[in-house]
Design a protein around this ligand. Structure first.
Ligand code: FAD
Length: 478
């Protein structure tokens, strides 16, 4: 099938308004939130119904053209990109909440439903969708499932995989299957679990059955400021070592604090602190009564600069707005950001933070740290200008060094942003050849022609490596 025939078919399916192929429109789809990677698609199709989505996949299968699903494009590992000539299926119009079953605690939704919208709707039943990425006001549940996303409160509630009961998926050849079940958490092969975190490379989730959990009965939030990052990190380990289980434990360093306080997200963070630790406890009032004194004692052990408890819902919301807006606030520092994602054992947080500073001083580029400390999940945030090939090279090298050190410390290449295009070259440092080849074989059972989101999450084949170009300013060949 020629490109023009494919374009005509997709236009017939979606309608002329929902097939984008002009330069300006495509520009927005050339990258996700990791602008280190860019690749211009042939077109972007925006199916408006489930049937249109299936028809699009069938047309792309027939044309043997590479394609990928895209939710909101907030991914941070270069996931929702296709090689040149490929097609993006943008699922933002598939944003209906189809059913809510409050008595059974689940909802059936389309993949383009925005994460926070689902929780907002569920609130009237006293329920919420627990995964709460900092991007939750825009990212979609389809993207959350594909990346197995986390968020501050996943420390207590678990990652997205713990909150997806079943999925209806469209395989790359257009066949529709249901993985998992609304009535049982058991599934012989657990294909539901296989999908979660597969980075959109085995199937497209067209409907999701999502668990909804009760809203907490009570909440207590503390903000403690320390004179060193080490104090903040060690406090996190001490809280867990004491057997306490807060819902969230988040750390922000001085650079992140200052960026928040200079932005619309300002919430009164102490700008003189080297680091702040935000701890939240939730549950039955009796649990809060029991655990709060122990948590407060540990928070105060290292003579903090300041210690405060949110006195009202308004204060608590403001603190979370500051934490979740920090990524956006840092965006003002430079034209581009490289937000990394690595994991270390919690007890190694102070060590990896010291190493991040060492690497930062070699690059001379600003770095800020804001992270899910409870999970040992770090997110160094480098600010740079992608028009400078030198800066691109510096951040890429810095990223690789930090991720390698995470592995040396017994951690992992990714906590929640996925491998995407960003980390595929490092995968063989974490997994042996047999494991990688097993994963590849598993993927090829469902995606035998490698047309669905090729080259993501596993080491790139040579053709793919050549197909995906870095940003124009990069020293990489174009
Ligand atoms: C400021 C900021 C803060 C963030 N904070 C967090 C955080 O706290 N925790 C966290 O985990 N992540 C975070 N992220 C990363 C990102 O928001 C998550 O990975 C999110 O789940 C991506 O959702 P999306 O809809 O934007 O997906 P996209 O970026 O559009 O796609 C991501 C991947 O999912 C695939 N995909 C999308 N929809 C489907 C579908 N229906 N079926 C199959 N595959 C699909 C795509 O092909 C791609 O590979 C943050 C990002 C930003 C910019």
């Amino acid at each position: 099938m020629t490109s023009s025939t494919l374009l005509r078919k997709l236009r017939e399916i979606c309608g002329a308004n929902f097939l984008l192929k002009d330069r300006a429109s495509l520009f927005a789809y050339e990258s996700d939130a990791l602008t280190l990677f860019r690749s211009k698609p042939l077109c972007v199709a925006l199916p408006g119904t489930h049937e249109e989505l299936i028809q699009c996949v069938c047309a792309l299968h027939e044309a043997k053209v590479p394609f990928a699903a895209r939710g909101a494009g907030t991914g941070l590992s270069g996931g929702a990109l296709v090689p040149p000539g490929g097609v993006i299926l943008a699922l933002s119009r598939l944003n209906r909440i189809l059913e809510i079953h409050p008595e059974e605690g689940w909802a059936l939704v389309e993949p383009g439903v925005v994460n926070a919208t689902l929780s907002r709707e569920a609130k009237q039943y006293g329920l919420q969708f627990a995964p709460d990425p900092a991007s939750q006001s825009v990212c979609t549940v389809g993207g959350n499932a594909a990346e197995n996303s986390g968020g501050p409160h996943c420390f207590l509630h678990g990652m997205t995989t713990q909150h997806v009961q079943f999925l209806e998926v469209i395989l790359p050849n257009g066949e529709v299957e249901t993985w998992g079940s609304p009535t049982s958490s058991e599934d012989d092969l657990d294909l539901r679990g296989f999908f979660l975190g597969s980075e959109g490379s085995v199937a497209i989730a067209s409907k999701l059955g999502l668990r909804l959990i009760p809203l907490p009965q009570d909440t207590q939030t503390w903000l403690t400021a320390y004179t060193s990052m080490e104090d903040a990190c060690c406090t996190v380990s001490e809280i867990v070592a004491e057997g306490l289980q807060p819902a969230a434990m988040e750390v922000m360093d001085k650079q992140a604090i200052q960026a928040v306080e200079a932005s619309v997200y300002r919430c009164g963070l102490p700008t003189e602190a080297a680091a702040v630790l935000l701890v939240e406890l939730e549950g039955h009032p009796s649990v809060l009564l029991r655990d709060s004194p122990s948590i407060e004692k540990i928070l105060n052990k290292r003579t903090p600069l300041s210690f405060e408890k949110a006195q009202s819902k308004k204060e608590r919301i403001a603190l979370w707005k500051g934490r979740k807006g920090a990524g956006g606030a840092l965006g003002r520092l430079a034209p581009d950001s490289y937000v990394m994602d690595g994991v270390v054992p919690r007890s190694k947080l102070a060590e990896i933070m010291a190493y991040v500073l060492e690497v930062q001083s070699e690059t001379g580029l600003p770095v800020a740290n804001l992270f899910h400390a409870g999970d040992g999940n770090i997110h160094p945030h480098f600010s740079y200008d992608a028009r400078s090939p030198e800066q691109v090279q510096l951040v890429e090298e810095a990223g690789a060094k930090i991720l390698k050190r995470c592995l040396e410390l017994g951690g992992s290449l990714s906590g929640e942003h996925g491998i995407g295009l960003e980390k595929e070259a490092l995968l063989d440092l974490q997994f042996d050849e047999a494991t990688l080849s097993f994963m590849e074989r598993m993927r090829s059972v469902f995606n035998p022609e490698d047309t669905l989101n090729p080259g993501k999450g596993l080491p790139l084949g040579k053709a793919c490596a050549e197909a995906f170009h870095r940003h124009r300013g990069s020293s990489q060949p174009q």
